[in-house]
Design a protein around this ligand. Structure first.
Ligand code: SF4
Ligand code: SF4
Length: 104
């Protein structure tokens, strides 16, 4: 056991991580997100619950005081849609590229 630790400390038993082309091919969340939130302003009462629950801080106010997602940072998790109690946010398909279509 002591010998194993010693080897690991010298880096002998740790293989370097392979370079994955997939990580350099995605530049924003928009490149891989499968769904995006779409707001219905007719139903929205501007309560801000969606803003509070977005784990990525991707939701902000627009000029009219409604909330919307910055699709550069939105990862399409759908939490805002689930939390919106007036059902103002629906998730729409937004596949741009599929990971398995990327050349490695
Ligand atoms: S949670 Fe729903 S009703 Fe409240 S601001 Fe967001 S979209 Fe509008
Ligand atoms: S889908 Fe997820 S990441 Fe995108 S705005 Fe809604 S809560 Fe934020």
């Amino acid at each position: 056991m002591a010998e194993r630790k010693k080897s690991a400390a010298r880096g002998q038993s740790i293989k370097p991580a392979p370079e994955l082309a997939i990580t350099t091919d995605f530049h924003t969340n928009e490149d891989w997100r499968f769904e995006k939130p779409v707001w219905d302003k007719e139903k929205c009462i501007k309560c801000g619950v969606c803003y509070l629950f977005c784990p990525d801080g991707a939701i902000h106010l627009d000029d009219e005081g409604y909330y919307e997602a910055d699709l550069t940072y939105c990862k399409g998790c759908g939490i805002c849609s689930v939390q919106c109690w007036t059902k103002s946010i629906s998730m729409e398909e937004a596949v741009k590229r599929l990971p398995w279509l990327i050349k490695i």
